[in-house]
Design a protein. Structure first.
Lengths: 403, 373, 392
């Protein structure tokens, strides 16, 4: 193409097939102004967009006072977590970065460019003007940790697999220990000091992790041939799915303490976690059941024929296949749980949304609802959009539905 | 790669099953039991002993074993209970928590505060999550009986008032016909409002919120014409509004609101302790003993009544299960009633609330402590 | 007796039964244990479970009520007020979310680039933000930012817009309204007859007429004629136009929509519409292109293709996920409590706190939500079966 002389195009010889590329005008004509009513529709829409967007943008960039967000950034992120203990959260994050870097190198060795782009995010965050020097340094450490992880993984991909798995499995307990603390090494930070995005994340992570095994048991129970077990599982799943999450939280807040023997005291945050776990388990069960149903009957029949017991068939043949199919759905459930945790604000916890209403009670920031709620909406959006994008990628990478 | 994922998930599953199984063998089908395990391990520090069990002295023992008091407070009521910019709890009610800690441990700092909403407070007390509730709680017959609680001596005599905008032209209750009134749910205020308006035949619409922040936020946004709560609350909240001078509190008082500490029914010793800690602060004011002169007085006094109060005579503290210097500690570390009041609500504060009914009986108020003897 | 049979401890059926009995005993024991703890704790406080409190005087007021309610009503009635408020906002929400959702879903399939992009951006934004944040934003960021009543914006009608809500003209029943209800009933009966006859004709001839259109027209015709007849003969129209006006601290007359209601309603509608749009899109895309081409080849016009070919098939894919969206909307209406709308959850919360009856209130509340869910599922399953039969 490049070598041809321009006049060859007009010489009546065989032309290259038309490509999908258009000139700007051609594109406009095809996509916006193809018929008269499309033209009308486009113009009307453009006008509406102008009316809506112009004042919004003017407000965002000139009239809004974002001071309320800048001043309270720490509250939004970690709530009342003691300032001198915040390094623990950073350690947890660095460990996460290291693990992610390692995993990236081992499982996605070819996706270097996206990796480099992701690495850019913490560095960009470190360059933000209004964060403290401590956070700045930590974001840089974060990036370095990810890079070290990636480097190790690239250097010895085979040898690093086992440590990676250990890390992944141990991450959840380590995280909880780091945030909560263990005497005498780390000071205990009571759950009533957990707040902001930290609490939101912890609720979602704990909810999904703990409800996972419960969900699997319930799903197996629902497909069980034992009528009593089956009935119990169905009852539990359908009752929980039939009521709103707030009522489950309400029950956890008010009734859980009554159900437990008097020696056991649990505080607000743990009660909310319990409510979220009970709720999430029912949905988890249905997702897992979906995965189980997708496994052809031949699999279990083959397993029986090979002489495996029912237990062996379930745990070595059916479940591993089913769970693999369920991974993307699990990510989606995690996203919706992440969003749903905002309901704990109703029962008085200071998660991201709860903190927002506290911040709005500060006398100097009264009436800054739009700024604050837009900011937290943005945080929720960035996280859940990123996760759902990642889950779509994961779906492709795992080849779900292709085998 | 995908093989690794199975492996990972498999191990995760085993881990989960183990976790569920820790719940005492009943965890087969996903109930609260697995949750309990997590909670118990996590909450070991505060599960000191059985403190819901009725009986004499269990609460005090639990508190002593634990090493600190757990006090339920309001975190959203400036002057009574709030978090200052250093993250410390401050206020009138909070000082009474300190006073109880001082009486038990001789150290006012041995308190853990639990911020509670109006709705949560009784549940938290009933379930033993807190030892004592000092959160501007009104003493009523229903609450005293139905909720399984006991009200100790009133620390603050209040009345329900109504805050309106100056430019609304509202000066008396009757002007509120057709008004929207913001009110917090779970309070006696909500009920008093309904009673008083019904009695006067005033037609109004309540707008109900969960927390005081939401109530006053909505009022400030102009959602309501008026906002109602205890008068002290109105005074303290008015200061935090954008232009405090644009708002006035109506003269009308809708109800009697005796506010005081609340404990669980069934532990008489604990109830006595809370009562007498309050009375000690009253007595301190009556006798003119405050945190500054208490050491002096203790060294010099010959007055048998003062000696009994400060633990020099009569072993008063032991009758309560405390050290004899219990009242000395309260006055020394927290102060007498007048000091607590001045510190949080007096002329030196933005609230500048007149003592009114909350003066000692010697000055024509309602504060009257039974004799310590 | 039977030497070929396996010993009972290795007989799978026996083992299964033993396992089940053990399981049952464990569950019952566990539930009993919870119940025992609860009863012990409640007994200590003298709060043994009883629903007697429902017949006591509530003593608190509720801002919005569809049935008459005052502080003198009982707790039971307060509960019903809450239920009705939840039903009201859910029913309206479902209708409007469906309309908006279908519009956005169709926009999402448009070949007009701009329309298509707007729809997908809308969906991506809304689906990734928690509903509660949206609700709070609508409430405090939009409806409470309207001008104060004194500076209220008055549109034609008059419709009065202020931060107290929106008041608009509305029909107010007059003395003849009662008579008019009979006319409407007659209209319904006639419409049903038309429906039935036309369906019969359609079955006989194989050419289905526009049944819905004709029966709706019948109903509207009767309603219209009846309206004029009553106005003429009884000298009073069944409904009088009631216009709102500002009177002192509030608006009087007309239909008043509070900011709480509007925030909850618009939050639910805009949120659910994003999900419904995806359901609709998936449904329409599930109809293969060949079907449409075949329909056109048979000589059906565009409208007929949609009505007779695309819709019935798309509906089959749409209905099940739509059911769960409707259920979600109903359940999500419980978030009302955060913005001060007195729905079931909010009223139940107040009742709990005035009576201290946590167990009874929680049980009642969950039972009500559960029956909403079950009823909706039953209805939608019935509908689903019906359209499946039609489609065959």
């Amino acid at each position: 193409m490049m070598n041809r002389e321009p006049e060859q195009y007009s010489s009546g010889e065989v032309l290259a097939p038309p490509t999908e590329r258009y000139t700007v005008l051609g594109w406009l004509k095809k996509n916006l102004f193809s018929t008269w009513y499309y033209t009308l529709l486009t113009l009307v829409t453009l006008y509406i967009l102008y009316i809506v967007l112009k004042p919004t943008l003017i407000w965002v960039f000139t009239q809004a006072q974002w001071q309320v967000v800048v001043v309270n950034l720490r509250l939004f992120m970690v709530g009342q977590y003691p300032t001198d203990q915040i390094f623990r959260i950073w350690v947890a994050l660095h460990l996460l970065a290291f693990t992610a870097g390692l995993a990236w190198a081992i499982w996605l060795p070819r996706a270097r460019r996206i990796g480099a782009f992701l690495l850019f995010i913490p560095l960009a965050l470190a360059a933000l003007p209004f964060i403290s020097g401590f956070s700045r340094i930590n974001w840089i450490i974060f990036a370095v940790a990810a890079l070290i992880g990636w480097g190790l993984g690239t250097w010895k991909p085979k040898a690093m697999r086992r440590p990676l798995l250990v890390l992944l499995l141990a991450y959840f307990p380590i995280l909880i220990l780091l945030i909560l603390g263990i005497e005498p090494i780390l000071k205990i930070v009571k759950t009533n000091l957990w707040g902001g995005l930290l609490l939101t994340m912890l609720l979602a992570v704990v909810g999904i992790t703990v409800s996972f095994p419960l969900g699997i048991l319930l799903a197996l129970g629902r497909r069980s041939e034992l009528p009593i077990v089956k009935l119990f599982s169905i009852l539990y799943i359908e009752i929980i799915r039939g009521v709103p999450l707030v009522t489950v939280l309400f029950m956890a807040q008010l009734m859980l303490p009554l159900f437990l023997p008097p020696q056991i005291k649990i505080d607000n945050v743990l009660r909310a976690m319990a409510g979220i776990i009970l709720f999430s388990a029912a949905y988890m069960a249905e997702n897992v059941r979906g995965g189980l149903q997708a496994i052809p009957k031949g699999q279990s029949e083959a397993a029986w024929a090979l002489g495996l017991s029912g237990f062996q068939t379930t745990f070595f043949i059916i479940l591993p296949q089913a769970l693999r199919n369920v991974i993307p759905v699990l990510v989606n459930q995690f996203i919706s749980l992440f969003k749903d945790t905002s309901l704990v604000a109703i029962v008085g916890l200071l998660d991201l949304l709860g903190i927002a209403s506290t911040v709005l009670a500060q006398p100097e920031f009264i009436g800054k609802q739009r700024e604050v709620y837009l900011f937290i909406a943005l945080i929720y959006w960035v996280f859940s959009y990123a996760m759902s994008y990642a889950s779509r990628r994961l779906e492709v990478a795992l080849g779900v539905g292709e085998r | 790669m995908s093989k690794r994922v199975f492996y990972f998930l498999g191990v995760l599953l085993v881990l989960g099953v183990l976790l569920a199984a820790c719940g005492g063998g009943q965890a087969s089908s996903g109930g609260p039991e697995a949750v309990k395990t997590v909670i118990v391990t996590v909450e070991a520090p505060s599960s000191g002993g059985s403190n819901t069990a009725a009986g004499y002295g269990t609460t005090l023992k639990t508190v002593k074993d634990r090493g600190y008091l757990i006090c339920g407070v309001n975190a959203q009521l400036p002057g009574f209970g709030y978090v200052d910019d250093q993250g410390n709890y401050k206020g009138f009610d909070v000082d009474y928590c300190h006073a109880v800690a001082a009486a038990i441990f001789g150290d006012p700092s041995k308190v853990e505060f639990r911020p509670l909403t109006a709705k949560e407070r009784f549940t938290a007390l009933q379930t033993g999550e807190i030892d004592v509730l000092i959160r501007n709680t009104t003493w009523t017959l229903t609450r005293d009986t139905d909720l399984g609680t006991n009200f100790a001596a009133t620390t603050f005599y209040d009345g329900q008032g109504i805050l309106v905008r100056k430019d609304s032209g509202i000066t008396k209750l009757e002007d509120l016909n057709g008004a929207k009134i913001c009110v917090a749910t779970g309070t006696t205020t909500e009920l008093n409002l309904a009673d008083q308006m019904a009695a006067r035949g005033i037609d109004y619409t309540p707008v109900v919120f969960e927390t005081a922040d939401q109530v006053f936020g909505a009022y400030e946004e102009g959602r309501c014409d008026a906002v109602t709560t205890d008068k002290s609350g109105l005074v303290s909240r008015r200061v935090t509004l954008k232009n405090p001078d644009d708002h006035i509190i109506l003269d009308a008082t809708l109800s009697k609101e005796p506010l005081g500490p609340v404990v669980r029914q069934g532990d008489d010793q604990w109830y006595d302790i809370i009562n007498w800690v309050v009375f000690a602060t009253f007595t301190g004011e009556e006798m003119g003993i405050n945190s500054k002169n208490v050491d002096d007085v203790k060294a010099k006094t010959d007055d048998p009544n003062v000696k009994k109060l400060l633990g020099l005579e009569g072993e008063m503290g032991q009758k309560l299960g405390l050290g004899d210097d219990w009242a000395y500690n309260v006055i020394k570390y927290v102060g007498n009633y007048a000091e607590i009041y001045e510190r949080n609500l007096g002329p030196g504060t933005p609230f500048n609330l007149p003592r009114g009914l909350n003066s000692s009986w010697k000055d024509g108020g309602l504060l009257y402590a039974p004799p310590i003897r | 007796m039977n030497e070929t049979s396996v010993p009972f401890w290795r007989d799978e059926r026996v083992l299964q039964w033993i396992a089940q009995i053990v399981f049952l005993v464990a569950v019952i024991f566990f539930l009993w244990y919870l119940y025992h703890n609860m009863i012990t704790a409640l007994a200590q406080r003298g709060l043994l479970p009883s629903f007697h409190f429902l017949s006591l005087t509530a003593g608190f007021d509720i801002g919005e009520h569809l049935i008459s309610y005052s502080r003198n009503s009982t707790y039971g009635r307060a509960f019903i007020v809450g239920i009705l408020n939840t039903l009201e906002v859910s029913a309206l929400g479902i209708v409007f979310a469906t309309i908006l959702g279908v519009i956005i879903g169709v926009m999402r399939l448009s070949t007009n680039w701009l329309i298509n992009k707007i729809a997908s951006i809308y969906i991506e934004i809304i689906r990734n933000v928690p509903l509660l944040v949206l609700l709070v934003f609508w409430y405090t960021g939009v409806f409470l930012q309207f001008p104060r009543l004194k500076e209220a914006k008055i549109l034609a009608g008059p419709t009065i817009i202020s931060n107290r809500g929106v008041a608009m003209p509305w029909g107010k029943p007059t003395a003849t309204w009662h008579a008019y209800l009979y006319v409407l009933l007659l209209g319904l009966i006639l419409a049903a007859i038309v429906w039935w006859r036309l369906t019969l004709i359609g079955k006989r001839t194989g050419r289905m007429p526009l049944v819905t259109v004709w029966s709706t027209l019948t109903f509207l015709g009767v309603a219209l004629v009846g309206w004029f007849a009553i106005t003429l003969f009884m000298h009073q129209a069944p409904l009088a136009l009631d216009t709102p006006e500002i009177k002192g601290l509030r608006t009087v007359g007309g239909l008043e929509l509070t900011p709480e209601f509007m925030a909850l309603f618009s939050g639910l509608v805009f949120y659910t519409a994003a999900f419904i749009a995806e359901v609709v899109r998936a449904g329409i895309q599930s109809v293969s292109k060949g079907q449409i081409e075949a329909a056109r080849a048979l000589g059906l016009n565009g409208f007929q293709t949609l009505r007779l070919v695309v819709f019935p098939q798309a509906l089959r894919v749409i209905v099940p996920p739509m059911t769960s969206q409707y259920l979600n909307l109903t359940k999500n209406s419980s978030l009302a409590v955060f913005i001060g709308f007195p729905d079931l959850y909010s009223v139940a919360g107040t009742i709990h706190n005035q009576t201290g009856r946590a167990v009874e209130v929680t049980t009642l509340m969950m039972a009500v939500y559960l029956s909403f869910s079950l009823l909706t599922s039953v209805f939608m399953n019935w509908y689903n079966k019906k359209i499946r039969l039609v489609e065959r």
